[in-house]
Ligand binder design. Structure first.
Ligand code: IDP
Ligand code: MG
Length: 379
């Protein structure tokens, strides 16, 4: 790694000028420093500076990072060293937690993290009949097709885009043989062996090749209106509250543990989805804190610093969901939380006042508004 330099072509949509700007993005892993050169006029756009929020595993084609409020999209490798070093290594696959396994979703997210499969995108959806038929169209002539489609549409599923070395085969190996009974005899540690029931209700899906992975990732995460493609958002809007797992918490691989604690505390996660904030959206979302909280602009930058995950929550008992969840999240400052309320989310997973694990809705009246913001407006 010593002295290595990785080069990428990145694009940034300059909304003021209404044009896409292109830069050569140079990354030096030795000290996490970044340098950017404007492709058009060959001038240095960003002098070599240390950027602690950027890591080499954030840099791959198709990903984006947020640097000083600019959403940079990685579109190409810009030298052969970077291409040979990185393009072979990382691969994406599409995973699904099927309807029969959604109760175990937090545990499965934890397993992904321990296995080193990075979550590049995630969302919960309910498939319409035609969407399930389309997704499994290669099996349309098979005798089990009807059963499969009705199983896949019986409740929410979670679709995930996973990144790792040899992601396709690694995830297939982790989930095990198609038939859960075969899985129990041939691969007893596999997910289908542990959590599947039979040939149809087999807990997980995994793409069978890189080509299928591309098609399936596009199916769930491609541009365009999801609901018109039969992907409905399962969010519950009555008596709900919002939890936003912040970028730093995501980079620490804590999504599964946070979700597990939330469920154990009696909350129900009706929907979950990953978002990348740009500066203006983050400002809009945090508008109520402007002029009220001293760290407002740092809060905005923190929210833009990487992917975050929104969860729509309800509580098993009662309607005071917003307040109940706020109590469970704990004081804004994790240091204070660790002293006063050590079992709260911020005490357990917070780092400092800005990287304080999660955002939660503050005011009872805003619960539905914030959930709608993520699960209706930003859709
Ligand atoms: P895969 O999910 O392991 O790639 P495929 O052959 O692509 O297996 O089948 C897709 C899904 O259809 C399976 O995961 C399973 O839910 C269901 N399925 C496959 N084969 C059968 C079968 O013989 N009987 C009933 N359901 C099946
Ligand atoms: Mg298959």
């Amino acid at each position: 790694m010593e002295g290595e330099r990785y080069a990428f072509l990145v694009e940034w949509y300059d909304s003021l000028a209404g044009i896409v700007r292109r830069y050569n993005f140079l990354f030096y892993p030795k000290d996490s420093s970044v340098e950017m050169i404007d492709v058009k006029n060959k001038r240095i756009f960003l002098k070599c500076t240390k950027e602690e929020s950027i890591r080499l595993d954030h840099c791959y084609i198709g990903s984006s990072v947020n640097l000083h409020g600019r959403q940079l999209k990685f579109v190409e490798y810009s030298d052969t060293f970077t291409k040979t070093k990185l393009s072979m290594a990382k691969e994406k696959t599409l995973a699904i937690f099927k309807p029969d396994i959604m109760e175990k979703m937090p545990l499965l997210l934890e397993i992904l993290c321990t296995e080193g499969l990075q979550i590049c995108d995630v969302k919960t959806v309910v498939l319409s009949k035609s969407a399930a038929e389309e997704f499994y169209r290669e099996h349309c002539a098979k005798p089990f097709f009807r059963t499969l489609v009705s199983f896949m549409t019986e409740g929410p599923i979670m679709a995930l885009s996973l990144l790792a070395d040899n992601a396709v085969s690694r995830w297939r190996e982790l989930i095990g043989p198609t038939n859960s009974a075969d899985a129990r005899s041939q691969a007893p540690d596999s997910l289908r062996a542990r959590f599947g029931t039979d040939q149809t209700r087999n807990a997980c899906h995994g793409s069978d090749s890189v080509v299928s992975a591309e098609r399936e990732t596009e199916f769930f995460f491609g541009a365009g209106n999801s609901s018109s493609r039969g992907l409905q958002v399962p969010a519950e809007f009555d008596n709900c509250t919002l939890c936003l797992v912040k970028p730093y918490t995501m980079t620490q691989g804590l999504l599964g543990r946070v979700a597990r604690d939330i469920v154990q505390a009696g909350f129900d996660i009706s929907a979950m989805q990953m978002y990348h904030f740009d500066k203006s959206t983050a400002e809009e979302f945090l508008e109520v804190y402007r002029g009220v909280v001293a760290e407002y602009s740092e809060m905005v930058s923190e929210l833009c610093s990487g992917a975050c995950v929104a969860m729509a929550l309800t509580h098993q008992h009662g309607s005071a969901c917003v307040e109940q969840f706020r109590q469970f999240v704990g004081p804004a400052d994790p240091e204070i939380a660790r002293h006063l309320r050590p079992s709260t989310l911020r005490a357990k997973y917070g780092h400092n006042k800005l990287k304080n694990a999660v955002h939660c809705t503050d005011l009872a009246d805003d619960g539905m508004l914030e959930v709608e913001y993520f699960f209706k407006i930003l859709q």
